[in-house]
Design a protein around this ligand. Structure first.
Ligand SMILES: [Zn+2]
Length: 296
């Protein structure tokens, strides 16, 4: 039962017109085979309290002597190029318009006050990243609907489809009280959110997997915890599989030590489960490149 129903957005959502659920085993059978997708990761500079990014009360963090501080982090967008499907983004980086004119792009008062927007520094605005591709942007895949993942949306043309996890728009969290108005503004005038569909994975090693283009080249992996519908993405490239974890792990230290995020999460137990499931996936496939939520 949802006690507090603060949705991340009230923007309309519908099942995505692309992608189909597949088993984790079917995906993993392909991971040693080079694939056709290219991934380029571009980071903007930011900082956040370590207590949000990492559970510093975890015995391993205590033993390592990690104490409260501001942690330098990145806000990423991953440019994904597919030979026939075209050019997509995973998460959106930072729009310079959002930093310079937060009111103008519809950022609510609480996020303007406490969201740390003034600390966001984009060497390349999302508009420049999109323009540099020289071809139209065919879609945006969002790991989830938090400000630091939608912060490039003001630069994304209004007609571009936006793909999320199922129920991501329904995620209830007190913080969403502040996110909802802002997300609604950033999504205004856009088509309904396209929710990628999942079925419970028969093998149970992952929660669920979706073959996004139907050719085994690019997958969405359901990784709930940070938010209900949180997604990670996996691309098969010439150099091997590339896993984009999103906020399953914000930090390098958290990933390396198997310690989950701090206060920035909806539910702790699923969050830990998702982290350990992705770590196990990467250990089964040592040639996998892992790109974390907010650190290299
Ligand atoms: Zn984040």
């Amino acid at each position: 039962m949802k006690m507090l129903a603060f949705k991340t957005t009230t923007h309309e959502a519908q099942p995505a017109g692309i992608g189909a659920p597949v088993s984790a085993a079917d995906m993993e059978a392909l991971l040693e085979v080079p694939g056709p997708v290219e991934v380029e990761t571009i980071g903007a500079d930011w900082e956040a309290p370590i207590t949000g990014l990492l559970n510093i009360k975890h015995p391993k963090a205590v033993a390592a002597g990690i104490t409260d501080h501001k942690e330098p982090i990145k806000i990423y967008t991953h440019v994904v190029r597919h030979p026939t499907q075209g050019f997509f983004l995973v998460d959106t980086g930072v729009s310079r318009r959002l930093v310079e004119d937060p009111v103008g792009v519809g950022i609510g008062l609480m996020l303007r006050k406490y969201g740390g927007i003034e600390k966001m520094h984009a060497r390349q605005s999302t508009a420049e990243i999109i323009a540099a591709q020289g071809v139209p942007l065919n879609g945006v895949f969002l790991t989830h609907l938090h400000l630091d993942h939608v912060s490039g949306l003001p630069d994304v043309p209004k007609n571009v489809p936006i793909y999320t996890g199922a129920d991501e728009a329904e995620a209830s969290l007190f913080l969403n009280l502040f996110a909802q108005g802002t997300n609604n503004h950033l999504l205004a005038g856009r088509p309904p959110l396209q929710e990628l569909q999942f079925i419970k994975d028969p093998g149970g090693t992952l929660e669920g997997v979706n073959d996004v283009f139907g050719d085994g080249s690019f997958f969405a992996i359901l990784t709930p915890g940070h938010t209900t519908g949180h997604l990670s993405f996996l691309a098969r490239t010439v150099a091997g599989p590339v896993l984009m974890t999103g906020d399953v792990s914000h930090t390098r230290w958290g990933w390396d030590n198997g310690v989950e995020p701090g206060t920035y999460m909806q539910e702790r137990e699923p969050s830990i489960k998702s982290l350990l499931a992705l770590k196990a996936l990467s250990e089964r496939h040592p040639n996998m490149t892992v790109k974390l939520g907010h650190q290299a």
